[in-house]
Ligand binder design. Sequence first.
Ligand SMILES: CC(C)(COP(=O)(O)OP(=O)(O)OC[C@H]1O[C@@H](n2cnc3c(N)ncnc32)[C@H](O)[C@@H]1OP(=O)(O)O)[C@@H](O)C(=O)NCCC(=O)NCCS
Length: 185
Amino acid sequence: MSGALNGLPLKPCLVWDARQVTVWLDPPLVGERVVVRQPAVGDEAGLVEMATDERVRRFLGGAADPVAAAAKASARVAGGVWGQFVVVHRGSGDLIGSGDLARKRGPWEVSYQLRHRYWGRGLAAEAVALVRGWFFAHTEHDLLIATTQQANDRSRRLLERLGAVNVGAFEQYGLVQQRYEFYRS
Ligand SMILES: CC(C)(COP(=O)(O)OP(=O)(O)OC[C@H]1O[C@@H](n2cnc3c(N)ncnc32)[C@H](O)[C@@H]1OP(=O)(O)O)[C@@H](O)C(=O)NCCC(=O)NCCS
C-alpha cells in the first residue's frame, strides 16, 4: 500500500510485531487542525529548527549542532522507519511538529515535539490523540506509554488532558522522569 498527501509521496512502511504486519500511517491521519503523516522530502527545515531550538530541546537533552541536525533530518525524510511522524498544520500546510512511536523501554512509547511558535494552541494534543487512536485501532497492543521529565509541565499537562494515567516516577540521566500510560478503551 502507498499513497500521497498534497503531492508528498508516502512510502510503504511495515513493522513486524509478533502477530501482525501493520502499514504505518498510510493514509495520513487527518484531524480538525492538523495532519499526521510520514516524514517526507521538504520537511527538513522544520525538523532542523526544532532540533536546534533550546526551548524545544530543553527537556530532551539540549539543542543539537546544526550540521548533525541537518544530517538527521535528511535521514528522517528519506523515510521507511515505522513509527516516525511529522505534524502538519492543515490551514497553512506548515510542518509544525514531529515525533515517533518506538519501543525504548519495552512497551510502545509515543514522543512528540512542536516548533515553539505553535505551542499553546492545543495542536500537539490533537496530534498525539490522533496517533494514540491510530495505534489502538491498528495494532493489538493494549498499552501505549509516554515518559516525560518531571519538570516538563507542558508535556505533563498535555498527557493529563488526554487522559493518560501517571503511574509513577523513575530516574534517567540523573533526572526525575514521570511515566504515563494510555490504555485501549
Ligand atoms: C510538549 C509540547 C508538545 C506541548 O505543546 P502545547 O502546545 O503546550 O500542548 P497542547 O497542544 O496540549 O496545547 C495546550 C495549550 O494550548 C492552549 N490552547 C489554546 N487554544 C486551544 C485549543 N483550541 N484547544 C486546546 N488547547 C488550546 C491550552 O490552554 C494549553 O495551554 P496551557 O498548557 O498553558 O494551559 C511542547 O511544549 C513541546 O514541543 N515541547 C518540547 C518537546 C517536549 O518536551 N516533548 C515532550 C517529551 S516527549
